[in-house]
Design a protein around this ligand. Structure first.
Ligand code: ZN
Length: 74
């Protein structure tokens, strides 16, 4: 069996309970918005998170790299 690396689970910010992803959308090319619901029946909090690309860790081999934040210092 393949040992797949998983994202850290996002707990409920109110009760720290387990959550389930109910949906996601992509408002921009480098941003993912995820919708969650808390699995604790007494809480049932619905919330959303943003994941965004903030930089390069290892440059792309093909030279096609990010220019995030360029031109924002004017
Ligand atoms: Zn909760």
């Amino acid at each position: 069996m393949k040992n797949r690396r998983r994202e850290p689970a996002q707990p409920c910010p109110l009760c720290q309970g387990k959550t389930r992803v109910t949906g996601a959308r992509k408002p921009a090319a480098s941003i993912i918005e995820r919708y969650y619901v808390c699995m604790d029946a007494d809480c049932n909090h619905h919330f959303k998170t943003l994941t965004s690309v903030v930089g390069t860790v290892v440059p792309a081999k093909n030279g096609n790299n990010l220019d995030l934040f360029e031109g924002s210092d004017d």
